[in-house]
Design a binder for this molecule. Sequence first.
Ligand SMILES: Cc1cc2nc3c(=O)[nH]c(=O)nc-3n(C[C@H](O)[C@H](O)[C@H](O)COP(=O)(O)OP(=O)(O)OC[C@H]3O[C@@H](n4cnc5c(N)ncnc54)[C@H](O)[C@@H]3O)c2cc1C
Length: 417
Amino acid sequence: MRSDMEDTPQQAEFRGEVRQWLRANLPPGWAESIEEGDDKAFEAVKTASGWDFMTWMGTIGRSPYAAPLWPKDYGGLGGESWMPQVVRSELTRYRLPTFGINLLGVGLAGPTIIEHGTDAQKARYLPKILSGEEIWCQLFSEPGAGSDLASLATRAVADGDEWVVNGQKVWTTMAQFAHFGMLLSRSDPDAPKHEGLSYFILDMKSPGVEVRPLKQMTGSSEFNEVFLTDVRVPDANRVGAVGDGWRCARTTLMNERTALAGISFDPVSIFGGTRRDPWQAFVESIPNRSDPLVRQHLAQLYIEAEVKEITAFRANSARMRGRQPGPEGAVNKVFNAEYNQRRSNFAVDAAGMGSTAWLPGDTDAESRSQTFLRARANTIEGGTSEVLRNQMAERILGLPRDMEVGHGEPWSSSHRA
Ligand SMILES: Cc1cc2nc3c(=O)[nH]c(=O)nc-3n(C[C@H](O)[C@H](O)[C@H](O)COP(=O)(O)OP(=O)(O)OC[C@H]3O[C@@H](n4cnc5c(N)ncnc54)[C@H](O)[C@@H]3O)c2cc1C
């Protein structure tokens, strides 16, 4: 729900609560300058207050507004499905980041632990996920297992009350900063591929964990290779039953789709606090706005942005309640990923030569190029658009299932990449 959609009385009351909390927790003058539309005053307050992203993550993380649908006992509000959207629209209004540094912890690990974890795991991990004190990463993909994740080869062998893990993960976002990882590994190679998996919480500081950052075309190193050599994991860190890792992983993956669907990876959305409403900032960054073709494109992108917002509202309803979101997460993720690419392609086209070279300090040009390059990953990360379309075809349209080679065979005798 956007802040300009009409609230029900209950939503308006909640919006008021969030706004009151923001006013009380933002530096003095921040909220007032925005409410009065005084950009100069806002910039002055922001600079003078020394506002920084990480400190803000801690502040909001200790409030119930970081994950309103999480149960109250674990730092949420046990709230209604529409609440995260209200929080997000208020954060945008006050020029704040709409998601945190611990996106994978709050969006993926937390809901998985809430659904499948023990009481001890919930008490130990959930509060520090919300406060941002412990960052999480997702150790699922491997060089030979991405779309066909269930064919993964990282082995976990039981040894007393521990497991010994060997293998390699790849594409592991944030692993270089993470305290814990959601580790999916093969505990029974003789079971069919989906049945022989177990899910663990891995302490990333364990001996035998080696993280090697990979350089992307954007110049940054968002993700990593992770090598696991004789890593010992206590059985107390197992999430769900032995061999039930695929069910737990599905919870993580469904939440991942919904979590990623609302994100543009535009630095403005990530770090907030720098500009006006992200849509308005985008429009202002486009040159030649009086050109009829440019206007047509902008109008079309605006329509799609509205559709995206309304679809996200529907998909959000199951998220983070501990309930698995359904295939609507896939619809939204595909639409959002392709929308991001269309939008960043258009921005680069509209700026012409200005997209290939710019003067130092031209932050619009830099942001445009970064967003364009980063958007290539949107149709791959969190499940490729092709694979998600297969899921929609099967689960929403009821079409015949995609061919699966070696279905029901032991993983150890199946043909793998
Ligand atoms: C920026 C980024 C961050 C990521 N972060 C993480 C992370 O933190 N943790 C993690 O575990 N993983 C992460 N991933 C990995 C991501 O989940 C995988 O890249 C994705 O699942 C695809 O797997 P793959 O790269 O092995 O491609 P493949 O599975 O090898 O696919 C190659 C191509 O074949 C197509 N294809 C495959 N199977 C089918 C099919 N059945 N029908 C039609 N087409 C098909 C795909 O769509 C794709 O175009 C990240 C990826 C990116 C890009």
